[in-house]
Write a protein that binds this ligand. Structure first.
Ligand SMILES: [Zn+2]
Length: 132
């Protein structure tokens, strides 16, 4: 029976063991740490959060409620649209897509409000012109 040194505690362990009986360290540690490293390299890339997409989504959502507020609402909407659009090129982009869609809805609502407001102004102007 051959003995190998535990890579962690240095104790002599029969090579039939897969783990050191003393410190439980895996005896084929170099190989395992290699595979673990390659896994660790991949995990952070996948779990990266899309900050731009999240910011765009939140701003678009806020813009949905205050998009009609002059200046402030428009800035929030514009930032939401820009962040969402920039977030589309990053992963994960679920929230970025949602933010972009909401920004589009914001724009439609804004145009609708503007259109209603303009036609109302036009109607008022027509009434005013007729009255005078
Ligand atoms: Zn050990």
């Amino acid at each position: 029976m051959a003995f190998i040194n535990c890579p962690k505690c240095g104790r002599l362990v029969p090579d039939t063991y897969t783990n050191c009986p003393m410190c439980k360290a895996p005896l084929n540690a170099p190989k395992q740490s290699d595979t673990q490293q390659s896994i660790y390299v991949n995990v952070p890339e996948k779990s990266n959060s899309n900050g731009l997409g999240v910011a765009g989504f939140v701003l678009a959502l806020i813009g949905l409620f205050i998009g009609w507020v002059p200046a402030l609402g428009w800035i929030i909407w514009l930032l939401g649209a820009i962040f969402s659009f920039a977030g589309l090129f990053k992963q994960p982009r679920g929230l970025a897509i949602a933010g972009f869609v909401i920004s589009f809805i914001d724009l439609l609502l804004l145009l609708l409000v503007f259109g209603a407001g303009l036609s109302l102004l036009g109607a008022l102007g027509a009434i005013g012109a007729a009255a005078s």
